[in-house]
Design a protein around this ligand. Structure first.
Ligand code: PAF
Length: 279
């Protein structure tokens, strides 16, 4: 695996690969890799000849009171895991390489960025879209793989690619869970043992919602209310939002249909976790 820190060098390497007829798949990450990330890497390797993983903790997608400073980092461990997965290139730029001076250009996907997580994380999706756009410019991948756990992120980025005619095929991969159901996330490492146990309330409430849907209930308000009651019965949990939304505009729906996303964000202690299911 070749580690590259400069945009120019990354672009040259990809152009060399493409010049030899190889396709390039990108997995953008912020590091502290877990099985969920590695499942994206495996998918990228299946979908393209050359796998590039980017590792960059993007400062502009964190709010002023969020966890940028404490975000978990372990470059050597991440690189070792990616070597085992036979990744071809690890692009790990420094902050100064990505944002050398005052940055004045941002990418927004209006409307979609203000819903769900966007309500409590203003500016977050603008930061995500801007950095992904910059990564696409630096790497020029044929395809890029994102996880469905960040369902809103995936939808917003798909919309950005469509609206701006970006020639990248977007692939959205399924959520990978711990054996007990907790969706994998780098932020799970913040949880102490009691919080780790309490965090199961997210996947449990989704499983109960899934059972209700399978039993024929399509009433979004009823399903969301039952999920809220389940989560509020857990003393360490505080609901940020629970919503059933239309994937086209992320607007709340009254009735669950195929394609509806039931998404939630919940604070477990001070850690904010997200999860979702696709009907
Ligand atoms: O999902 C993430 O880890 C990040 O939001 C991403 C897509 C790598 C952009 O920084």
């Amino acid at each position: 695996m070749i580690i590259i820190r400069q945009i120019d060098e990354m672009r040259r390497a990809v152009r060399r690969e493409k010049g030899q007829g190889r396709t390039v798949g990108l997995v953008p990450t912020m590091g502290y890799l877990h099985e969920g990330h590695l499942s994206l890497v495996r998918l990228a390797r299946r979908e393209a000849d050359v796998a590039v993983v980017s590792l960059f903790v993007n400062p502009i997608q964190f709010g002023p009171k969020e966890d940028l400073k404490s975000y978990p980092r372990d470059f050597e461990r991440d690189a070792a895991r990616l070597r085992i997965e036979q990744v071809d290139y690890l692009f790990a730029p420094a902050d100064k390489e990505m944002y050398p001076g005052e940055h004045r250009t941002f990418v927004e996907v209006r409307g979609l960025q203000d819903r769900l997580c966007g309500r409590t994380r203003p500016g977050h999706f603008q930061g995500v879209c801007t950095v992904v756009m910059k990564l696409f410019q630096a790497i020029e991948p044929d395809c890029a793989v994102f996880g469905r756990k960040d369902a809103q992120q995936a939808l917003i980025l798909q919309r950005m690619v469509a609206d701006l005619n970006i020639p990248v095929r977007m692939i959205v991969a399924p959520i990978i869970r711990e054996p007990d159901g907790l969706a994998m996330s780098s932020r799970n490492t913040y949880l102490d043992p009691a919080e780790r146990k309490a965090a199961l309330v997210l996947s449990r409430s989704l499983a109960e919602a899934r059972a209700a849907v399978d039993a024929g209930n399509r009433d979004a308000a009823e399903i969301v209310a039952a999920m809220r009651a389940a989560i509020e019965s857990e003393p360490l949990a505080r609901v940020d939002y629970i919503e059933a939304v239309d994937p086209a505009d992320l607007a709340p729906v009254a009735e669950l249909r195929e394609g509806t996303i039931v998404a939630l964000a919940v604070f477990i202690g001070r850690t904010r976790l997200i999860d979702n299911m696709l009907i």
